[in-house]
Design a protein around this ligand. Structure first.
Ligand SMILES: Cc1cc2nc3c(=O)[nH]c(=O)nc-3n(C[C@H](O)[C@H](O)[C@H](O)COP(=O)(O)OP(=O)(O)OC[C@H]3O[C@@H](n4cnc5c(N)ncnc54)[C@H](O)[C@@H]3O)c2cc1C
Length: 465
């Protein structure tokens, strides 16, 4: 069978890899053709190798609590090259609040404490906020199918916990406004805890999700290939054995003709037995607007946000004010442009050579969309001013890499899960058509790998009918 893979990000390439595997196991001949609008594969993946440093300008690691990225990495022969995050380091997160860096208490997990003592001793939260959290078990269940992150956190834990911790932590992961983010599509485990135990606090205290010494993200669960994230992309391209890889070739149209699909690009139209669309959902929606207008409209409704990632390299001997931890989050109430800083050389000392401090700074997102439109000079000026404020010293980077990610992160609005399950239901009417990508099952790399796997299974099953 002849299959077109549209989009060479982790999702599309995973679908190609899994389809190759299924066809190989089933003895089915497969001709795969890749269409990609940019000059190279990888989508938002971007590894830069400079002297003895391996810098990640896009995603830097993946979580292992969802197994799909780890499984994929192992299948690609990368099992032995995966390294953990912040090995041997303090794994805490800081909040820049009221003009100083304060530790997020050990065991604090996204919106609530999973260990009481460090929380009660914390300098970050007021006595009133701590008392409010202790009363959380008395808060009745919400009873709604979906709710915004803001509404859920404020209802269960109060305003201060939202402002100082949940907003910058969860808003930073999704670069989105938590007032508009669906809890059921992003953090369903908290809804589940409320349903199961009636109290998120009780549930977290009984089953703490963080290891000792951690706060904020569960750093201990993340892995990264020592050679750089792009090695995953290289291995996927190799394992897919594409018959052709057309770069700088955006797919412009999609038509159904009898039992085949017509994929249109500037090079003309080409016939395929099946097509995997792994572009943004709204692009897939436009491509499908003639094939299935209802499906097209649903997909076009997914909203995306832009962000900027700046990676700064400093000489360690000259750097002053580096805290012992792995990340810094900045609540939007601080009215700064920076959303978060990842202390990359503390997270991945093995990727940074010796004598360097590397910091990744995140700007933009839904609460500050203009940042993605600024030129590099403006971004550098903002970074200089705000980093001096945060670290208390005006450190001078030796190198700065700035990458913009326009409309790259889907923002899961209220009701997203239902919308996507209706879209997938509709999709099942179309034999030989599959969708995958960060908009469907989750934005993280494991979810994207899984969406590629599911897309491959659909195509294979459709073709077997
Ligand atoms: C800055 C940043 C940092 C992140 N960090 C992490 C992290 O550390 N860990 C983690 O788990 N997740 C992280 N994520 C999320 C995760 O990396 C992404 O959700 C995931 O990589 C998206 O992969 P994708 O293949 O779905 O989409 P993309 O990577 O966007 O790939 C889609 C591809 O389709 C191509 N395309 C679009 N339209 C067309 C067309 N018409 N024809 C042909 N090709 C087309 C695009 O050029 C692109 O290459 C991060 C995301 C961003 C933006």
């Amino acid at each position: 069978m002849k299959v077109a893979i549209v989009g060479a990000g982790i999702s599309g390439l995973s679908s190609a890899h899994y389809l190759r595997k299924l066809c190989w196991e089933g003895g089915v001949p497969l001709e795969l053709v890749l269409f990609e609008s940019s000059v190279c594969p990888g989508g938002v993946f971007d590894t830069v190798k400079k002297e003895d440093m391996i810098l990640e300008l896009g995603p830097d690691s993946f979580i292992t609590s969802k197994p799909w990225a780890l499984d994929l990495a192992r299948e690609l022969g990368l099992g032995n090259s995966l390294v953990g995050v912040g090995y041997g380091r303090e794994k805490n997160t800081f909040v820049y609040y009221g003009g100083e860096l304060r530790s997020l208490p050990e065991g604090f997990f996204l919106m609530a404490p999973s260990r009481l003592l460090p929380f009660l001793r914390s300098r970050l939260f007021s006595a009133g906020a701590k008392l409010r959290v202790l009363f959380e078990p008395l808060v009745p269940r919400g009873g709604r199918e979906d709710e915004s992150i803001r509404s859920f956190v404020e209802r269960r834990f109060g305003r201060e916990i939202f402002d100082k911790a949940a907003q910058p932590l969860l808003g930073g992961i999704y670069m989105a406004d938590p007032e508009k983010l669906s809890l059921s599509a992003t953090m369903p485990q908290f809804l589940e805890m409320e349903r199961r135990s009636g109290s998120v606090l009780w549930d977290l205290l009984r089953n703490p999700p963080t290891s000792r010494g951690e706060s904020g993200a569960r750093y201990g669960l993340f892995l990264t290939p020592l050679e750089g994230m792009s090695v995953i992309i290289e291995r996927l391209c190799a394992s897919a054995e594409f018959a052709r890889q057309d770069f700088e070739t955006p797919v412009l149209s999609l038509k159904k003709s009898e039992k085949r699909w017509l994929v249109g690009s500037e090079r003309g139209e080409e016939e395929f037995d099946a097509v995997v669309l792994s572009t943004r959902a709204d692009t897939a929606g436009q491509l499908l607007s003639n094939v299935d207008p209802q499906l097209g409209v649903r997909l076009s409704g997914v909203h995306y946000v832009s962000s900027v990632v700046a990676t700064l390299v400093f000489e360690e001997k000259d750097f002053r004010g580096l805290p012992e931890g792995l990340g810094i989050i900045i609540p939007s109430a601080e009215k700064m442009n920076l959303v978060a800083c990842s202390l990359y050389s503390s997270k991945f000392p093995g990727k940074c050579g010796s004598g360097k401090v590397v910091i990744r700074c995140f700007l933009g997102g839904e609460l500050n969309p203009e940042a993605a439109l600024w030129d590099e000079e403006k971004i550098k000026a903002v970074l200089k001013e705000e980093l001096a404020q945060i670290f208390g010293f005006d450190n001078h980077p030796t190198e700065i890499y700035i990458r913009k990610y326009p409309m790259s992160m889907p923002r899961f609005a209220l009701g997203h899960r239902e919308e996507i399950s209706r879209a997938m239901h509709r999709l099942s009417r179309h034999s030989g058509l599959a969708l995958c990508g960060s908009a469907y099952h989750g934005v993280g790399i494991p979810d994207c790998a899984r969406s590629g796997d599911l897309a491959a299974r659909k195509i294979y099953a459709d073709m077997a009918r």
